[in-house]
Design a protein around this ligand. Sequence first.
Ligand code: VGL
Ligand code: ZN
Length: 202
Amino acid sequence: MKALLLIDIQNDFIPGGALAVPQGDRIIPIANQLQEKFDLVTATQDWHPANHKSFASNHTNKKPFDLTLLHGLEQVLWPDHCVQGTEGAAFCPDLNMQKVEAIFRKGMNPEIDSYSGFYDNGHLKSTALADYLRGKGVTEVYLAGLAADYCVYFTAKDALQEGFKATIIADATRPIDPAGFEKAKADLLSLGGSIVESSSLL
Ligand code: VGL
Ligand code: ZN
């Protein structure tokens, strides 16, 4: 059984949003078309409180994209984004949500960031996505969404670690930093993951 995981397809990650991923909006029609090919569709939603420590604005003398340490973990400091209840945190209006059976929110703890849909960045707390998928009989996950080099990458990595086959749909994602995505793809391939184009699935 195959599931499509739609990662963080939210207004703040597309052009015009607070943490816009270049061409992030281009993935939406592909994500919509892909859904009918899957037994199960789930979505993740980045969902931060305003005092989240991944925001540069919550540190003194820091600006967006600076690097820091947060409780011992390396942390990129982001512009404020996906604040709970704001338009920026909402799913993109053009994304078809009719087949989405469950939404997994992440990033609520102000003290730790959560790129993966499965765990926070310290692997301290699970979202129960893995158990949900196993409960539905899923063995393979396909990933689409934003951003390729952060939340899509870390979700794929955790999926592999949880024992799922994991495939990133290359044209259904876009990176914040293209060089970072090249490294991420090499890492995923070395861990047994796959990268395909949507044309091989549609
Ligand atoms: C993301 C940075 C911060 C993502 C979320 O969805 O890739 N990136 N929060
Ligand atoms: Zn975030």
